[in-house]
Design a protein around this ligand. Sequence first.
Ligand SMILES: [Zn+2]
Length: 398
Amino acid sequence: MVDDKTNQAMGSNISPEIESKFQSLKSLIEHVSGKKIGESQVQQDSGLVEVLPFPFLAMVGQVEMKYSLLLALINPAIGGVLLIGPRGTGKTTAIRGLVDLLPEVPRSLCYYGCLPEDIESGGIDAVCPECAKKYARGEPLAAMDKIRLVELPLNARIEDVVGVCDENVTGHEKLRLHRGILAHADRNLLLVDEVNLLSDDVVDAILDAAAYGSYTVKRGSTTATYRARFVLIGTMNPEEGRLRPQIMDRFGLRIIVKGLEDKDQRLEAYKRVQTYLSNPRQVMLEYDDETRMAQAEVQLARDILPEVKILESLSNQGLELIRALKIDSLRAEITLFEAIRAFAALDNRKVVNPEDLKIIAPMALRMRRSEFIEKYLSDQSVEELEIKNAVSNTLMKT
Ligand SMILES: [Zn+2]
């Protein structure tokens, strides 16, 4: 069995049975959650340390978490994902497991991150002089490259996050100095663990960059603007502290990650983790076919996404839902609509259906209502009425 699997891994072709069995990434995700892992084949410990992530598809259950992370890969316009739950529920493991599923994006060949689309939107001055010359000669400014997972280190300082620029250099050169983590996250995934424990300045810098796709560093009279178009994935353990409501609002999908409740699922999860601890390569091989197929499906879903449409009747239902729940933030519908489009793409469809809305709505809309704002506005409406009455009473007297 291992030999066959190894051959397939070397040959890098997805077996035809697997390919014909699954119509979409959605059906694959449903299948692997119930797959049983083989007996452990413990190998002689070589003493070498090799860090292999636990395969994303080998995680038992947690379907909502899996969907949300895949949706964020398929459609960055969702606005990222926040995984909320206690320790030991596999939040970080799931995120790190994404590395084998990451799609490719056009990545700049230049240090400054110039892309052809910059010229299309901002003219030739939007790129560095070197890229302007290349563009004129008809040479490519970008090549396809896999998205990477960039992790914000715990205790990262604001200088590490935004980088620093030097006042003594000018022009394009000033961008060259000490780029921060946000610049490295451009066109990648940015994992921020324990987002509720970060200092305010670091969180604000990350969220602003995520919202605008760029950020500016100032030092004295020098400023430098860096591109930072990334998908933000955060985790938090609510036992360790709250997240400010305005920060919570900036995350697209919100997933509550609980421990597995089903006894059989817990046992299967235990077996998979034990097998992984004694022989990580075996677990990777067990899921090798599915992993490669899932990666191809993510890429395919990204390709069809621009063609996925929401019928007007369904978008009206979505808006009605948001109104009925009394959610104010406009981010609610952006996330909801972009996520249902991505979900249809994940299921290989170009039209969104009501079932998609049913599955996605809780992920996009939970924890968006503000009791404070509701009370504040209702108090305010009492005052409005008092003012109105006072005005008409006074005017009647004159
Ligand atoms: Zn350039």
